[in-house]
Design a protein around this ligand. Structure first.
Ligand SMILES: [Cu+2]
Length: 192
């Protein structure tokens, strides 16, 4: 089931200076953190038109022109970080980032526990795949684990050393070689 998440991202006017008024359109908040499957809704509370446009080369979404008083929503199906901008005011710094967190269950367990890591809400989100990386206990580098079409995978900790395992994911289009930024890491703990 898709959970709806309404977040106001509006344009603000403000900042009066000596002898004048400077109008500075911004996304508020500039950075938002959501869960996979959440919908972000941008509402234009300003006086001029804006867009919400996912950055190139991924170009995941584009609202087109959103006139004052209107809204646009987009549902994020995969973990990752998604920078975006307003096409009209990017040069004024009207940019933002949507950070989409992935899930792990259970959060910890003894050796032998099978953990489920969920990185998306759609199985086979064509043309995209989910790229998974992990960092094992004691490692300080992210290593590729695999690329999958399924929205989740399991990690069987049988015979694995205890410690903290971290996972992160992004979406990638293997046809065009474009991808999102990786999600914030999700940690699980294997106890002895
Ligand atoms: Cu704008």
């Amino acid at each position: 089931m898709r959970r709806r998440f309404a977040w106001l991202l509006v344009s603000l006017v403000g900042l009066s200076t000596m002898g004048g008024v400077v109008l500075t359109p911004v996304f508020t908040p500039k950075k938002v953190t959501i869960k996979i499957g959440d919908t972000v809704t941008w509402t234009n509370n300003g006086a001029v038109s804006h867009t919400s446009t996912g950055n190139a080369p991924l170009n995941l979404w584009d609202s087109g022109t959103v006139t004052p008083g209107n809204s646009f929503g987009f549902t994020f199906f995969g973990g990752g970080k998604y920078p975006y901008h307003c096409t009209f005011h990017q040069s004024l710094g009207m940019t933002g980032t949507v950070s989409v967190k992935i899930k792990a269950s259970p959060p910890s367990g003894p050796q032998g526990t099978v953990f489920t890591i969920t990185v998306g809400t759609i199985d086979d989100p064509a043309p995209f795949r989910y790229d998974i990386q992990w960092k094992r206990p004691g490692d300080d580098r992210w290593m590729p684990l695999f690329s999958i079409k399924t929205k989740s995978f399991t990690f069987d900790s049988t015979g694995q050393p205890p410690g903290i395992y971290r996972f992160r994911s992004r979406i990638r289009n293997p046809n065009t070689m474009v991808f999102s930024d990786y999600s914030v890491p999700k940690a699980i703990t294997v106890t002895s």
